[in-house]
Design a protein around this ligand. Structure first.
Ligand code: AHG
Ligand code: MN
Ligand code: MN
Length: 322
């Protein structure tokens, strides 16, 4: 028989959070509902007026696409109505969306509603990324969000590709579920995902390579001389999903224009780092483990090197020698 994501989460909740009394599963069902709404909209891109720019610039100084706006609204609505949610933080909102549930609100949910927006209009995979933290007792507002990634209770993403796949961890392995459009449920398709120990691809925006720090350029050169091939989609979720299944390494290094890299710590690097480690891989910022970084701002950026144990360790060894 099939196992749906709801059944799986209920089981994990019983095993991991026996005191949760349904709040964790209710929170995650808000997430699956929102992502089903988003994927339904994406599947109709080109048929309804949903592609293109919404005309606004977001907090990152980037043009918001209509789907960025729709995805954000779907998540804010579906999660904001869950009793257990205290605070929502979105890439598309400058400030945390604080919900006045100081007593019942146990969780902080941080998300990138639509990742890979430059790929929306051209039928290339995009995704949603999320991270769930416990709100510390007596701590409210932005202070409750400033926690290192190792404190995440759960994290995951949905990749809207040739099928929609929901991948999550609650600290007890990584599980993937494929949306069965006939029954409208995410069905377990990847039980206990493990990243291959090493792979054959590296994934980086090579157009920026001239301004990468020297150790990054030397690293890429050494992978090339060992016969590695390159894959770069430009949607972090999709590039990570491939890396999770096939192994290898994804990097977004510091560049001259973006000395801290481009990707955001709280809702891009942290959730994927949690998944990578749970699947046997590694994630670093070039020096430190991503999950050890104590954030100082909700939209802060970080360089990211994430993937198979062998490739990430190789970067560390090469950097130590240079
Ligand atoms: P978002 O669409 O949420 O702003 O994220 C875009 C990110 C990420 O998905 C991808 O890895 C990266 O931008 C690509 O950046 P470059 O175009 O600089 O390669
Ligand atoms: Mn993104
Ligand atoms: Mn985004």
């Amino acid at each position: 028989m099939i196992v749906t994501v709801q059944q799986h989460i209920l089981q994990q909740q019983e095993d991991l959070f026996p005191a949760a009394r349904g709040s964790f599963s209710s929170l995650l069902s808000g997430m699956t509902l929102a992502t089903k709404m988003i994927q339904a909209k994406i599947r109709r891109a080109g048929l309804v007026d949903i592609v293109g720019s919404a005309g606004d610039i977001n907090v990152q100084g980037e043009t918001q696409q209509k789907l960025d706006v729709y995805a954000n609204q779907a998540l804010l609505h579906c999660l904001g109505t869950r009793e257990s949610v205290a605070i929502l933080v979105s890439e598309e909102n400058e400030q945390p969306v604080t919900i006045d549930r100081s007593d019942t609100g146990k969780y902080v949910v941080v998300f990138d509603p639509l990742d890979g927006s430059s790929n929306i209009d051209v039928n290339v995979s995009v995704g949603t990324i999320f991270s769930i933290l416990r709100r510390p007792d007596q701590v409210h507002g932005e202070a409750a969000v400033m926690q290192p990634g190792w404190k995440q209770v759960a994290a995951g993403y949905v990749v809207y590709g040739s099928s929609s796949i929901f991948v999550y961890t609650a600290g007890q392995g990584v599980f993937g579920f494929t949306l069965d459009p006939d029954i409208g449920a995410f069905v377990l398709s990847y039980p206990n995902l493990k990243m291959p120990e090493c792979g054959t691809y590296y994934s980086v925006n090579e157009a920026n390579a001239d301004t990468f720090p020297h150790n990054y350029r030397a690293y890429l050169q050494s992978l090339r001389s060992d016969g590695y091939s390159s894959r770069y989609i430009g949607s972090l979720v999709a590039d990570f999903h491939r890396t999770l299944l096939k192994g290898g390494v994804f990097l977004y290094p510091p560049t001259q224009k973006k000395p801290e890299g481009k990707l955001r710590l709280l809702y891009e690097a942290n959730p994927l780092a949690f998944l990578a480690e749970q699947a046997g891989g590694l994630a670093i910022d070039g020096h430190r483990r991503i999950l050890d970084i104590v954030p100082t701002a909700i939209h802060q950026r970080t360089p990211l090197i994430i993937g198979s144990r062998s490739e990430v360790t190789r970067f560390q060894q090469l950097t130590a020698q240079s």
